[in-house]
Design a protein around this ligand. Sequence first.
Ligand code: PEP
Length: 258
Amino acid sequence: MSRKLFIAGNWKMNKTASEAAEDVSKFIDLALGVAGKINIALCPPFTALDRVSLILENTGVELGAQNLSEVESGAYTGEVSAAMLRDLNVKYVIVGHSERRQYFGETDEVVSLKANRALQSGLLPIICIGETLEEREANKTFEVIQAQMKGSFAGISKEDMLKTTIAYEPIWAIGTGKTATPEQAQEVHAFIRKIISETYGAKTAAHVIIQYGGSVKAANSGELMAMPDIDGALVGGASLDPVGFAELIKNALQVATE
Ligand code: PEP
C-alpha cells in the first residue's frame, strides 16, 4: 500500500505574523512544483494563522495549528477553539507535542480530549508520541509508546483513525541535533503500526500516516523517508528557513519515489 508522504513544519513560538507572511511567500515560490506530489502543511503560531491562510489559498500547501482547546467555547481565557481554527481554513492541528506535555502539563487524557475535539470539529489531528532518553536507555521505549497510544488515542473510532496522523518524536531527538537512525525510527514506526493493526485492523493500519520527528533536516530527510513505515516528517527547527525546508521536502520526495 502506498501512502502519500506528509511533511509538516512546526514553527513553535517563532516568527511574528509579518515575518511568517514573508517566509511563507518565499517557501511557496520554492515548493510549488512539489505541492501536489506530497502533502505539505505549515503550522505557524496562532497569531500568524490568518495572514498565512490567505497566502496559502490555492497553493496546495495546507495550514496547521500547533494546539487547540479541548473544550468547545466559553470562559476559558487565552484558549483557542477548534471552530476558531476552522474559520481560518486550518486543516491540521498538532496535539500532544512533547513540549506541551512537558511544559504545560498535558496528560494523555488531555491529549485524547483535544484529538477528539479536533476530529468532531472537522480538523485533522497530528498526535505526537515519543519516549525520553531515560526511557530508551531503560529499554522502555515500546512500553511507553504503547501506553501513550492507549491513553492519547482513547475514544478515537476506526473512521477517525484514518483522519489522524501520528508523529513519532523521540524526545531526546527534538531540537538536539541528534536524529534517530533510520533503523531506530523504523523499528518504532513498525511497532506503532502493529498496535494500530491490533486495535483498528490491518486495513486501517496500512493507511495511517506515521511521521517521524526529531532533528530532521535536508541532509537526512531522504534516508528517513526511505524506510517502509516512515511516511513523512514533523519538522521543527529546519522548517523555519524557507530555502532549507523546501530542500528537505525535495530530498524526501526524491528518495521516496526512487
Ligand atoms: C518538533 O518540535 O516537532 C521537532 C521535531 O523539532 P526539531 O525538528 O527541531 O527537532
